[in-house]
Design a protein around this ligand. Structure first.
Ligand SMILES: [Zn+2]
Length: 153
């Protein structure tokens, strides 16, 4: 999942569910939502910041303080939730590098449609260059910006 999707999806939820959304809240939520991918700067992507060993203490701290710190960790939580469906999360990194994810695949075409759901298991990918196709994500971001304007107007 790319940063535009990671930013847009929790923002839309925040705008839909918060009785009093504000721009500072959106900025903090988005910062939390893209923060875990700073792992891409380390030796392995989806490593330290995708681990529950880093997330759970941060989540409890954010939950304790509430307000904007809580929004930051909710953004982080949304990132982990979304990544769970697009690859694997190493829940106990660096103690264990092995990660798990949920695979949902649909086969459509000339035959009877098939849906399969399974558990993925893999190790984090080494650091490398990424090529992202941002077309669909850019459309999602533009719709999110429209909702921000309409909701905060
Ligand atoms: Zn990620």
């Amino acid at each position: 999942m790319d940063p535009l999707e990671h930013a847009s999806i929790p923002t839309l939820l925040y705008l839909a569910l918060s009785p009093t959304p504000d721009i500072v809240g959106i900025v903090i939520l988005v910062a939390g939502a893209v923060f875990p991918d700073l792992d891409a700067l380390s030796r392995e992507h989806r490593s330290y910041l995708h681990s529950l060993l880093a997330f759970l203490p941060a989540f409890l701290t954010g939950w304790y303080f509430g307000g904007y710190p809580y929004l930051f960790v909710l953004g982080w939580l949304s990132h982990l939730f979304l990544d769970l469906f697009t690859g694997v999360l190493p829940f106990f990194y660096p103690i264990s590098r092995k990660g798990y994810g949920i695979s949902v695949r649909a086969v459509l075409g000339l035959h009877v449609p098939k849906l399969s759901i399974g558990i993925l298991s893999a190790y984090p990918t080494p650091r490398r260059d990424y090529e992202l196709n941002l077309g669909g994500s850019l459309a999602l971001l533009l719709l999110t910006l429209l909702v921000i304007i309409l909701r905060l107007h």
